[in-house]
Design a protein around this ligand. Structure first.
Ligand SMILES: [Zn+2]
Length: 226
């Protein structure tokens, strides 16, 4: 412990029995500078084990003292590395809409916020595309063929579709414009034969996709939180 004694000559200016300061301000600054030097030399003299403990303690203190936003960022990064589905789920608001897209509005998403599905010109919200690409590759490896019919649909397209196929609520096949999950880049219509549909029902959940609409076995939605 001798190496950890800052002032072997006895209690220093910061130790027990510290006398009231009687010098000039310049003397005080000199004393503080000396004290800082002593602390630096103490830090340099601690054993490796103590250094490790100090580093852990320092890291813990930093995490505890960081703002919750920074902590959430750190957590999100760690989560993304470990589980992209959980990371995608963390980006959804209470309505299941990506917080980065909600401000644009349903059917009004800019191209830059979407990404193209492998082997197709159709697009979805990027994290959905990433999972669908993985799903398609794994299905292919199992000898299953899945076609892509429709992904993101802009508002005007949904208006046209409602006119030609009728509203779902009236027995048709189109959502009310402004309400379709296609308008958020979260839905995809697939070309599925019986084997492919069975494969999807067995496996799609592992990629965050669910069969969400009765009477539409081709329509799958990205719901990573479910
Ligand atoms: Zn659909």
């Amino acid at each position: 412990m001798a190496s950890r004694t800052l002032n072997p000559a006895g209690p220093g200016p910061m130790g027990p029995g510290r006398p009231a300061w009687k010098g000039t301000p310049v003397d005080a600054i000199a004393t503080i500078s000396q004290r800082i030097s002593e602390i630096h030399s103490l830090i340099g003299s601690v054993t490796p084990a103590a250094t490790t403990t100090a580093a852990v303690a320092s890291s813990t203190a930093t995490a505890a003292g960081a703002s919750s936003a920074v902590f959430a960022d750190t957590l999100a990064t760690a989560t993304a590395t470990a589980d992209p589905l959980a990371a995608a789920a963390a980006q959804l608001n209470a309505d299941g809409v990506p917080v980065t897209l909600a401000g644009y509005g349903n059917g009004l998403i800019p191209e830059s916020a979407l990404s193209t599905i492998d082997g197709s010109t159709e697009r979805m919200w990027a994290p959905a595309t990433e999972q669908l690409d993985a799903l398609l590759a794994d299905a292919r490896a199992d000898g299953i063929t899945i076609g892509i019919t429709d992904g993101y649909r802009d508002y005007d397209s949904q208006v046209s579709l409602a006119a030609s196929k009728g509203l779902y609520s009236s027995g048709g096949l189109a959502a009310v414009p402004g309400t379709s999950q296609h308008g958020w880049g979260l839905a995809v219509d697939l070309g599925l034969d019986a084997d492919a549909l069975a494969w999807m029902r067995e496996n799609a959940g592992s990629y965050g996709f669910v069969e969400a609409v009765a009477r539409e076995p081709w329509h799958w939605e990205f719901q990573p939180a479910s």
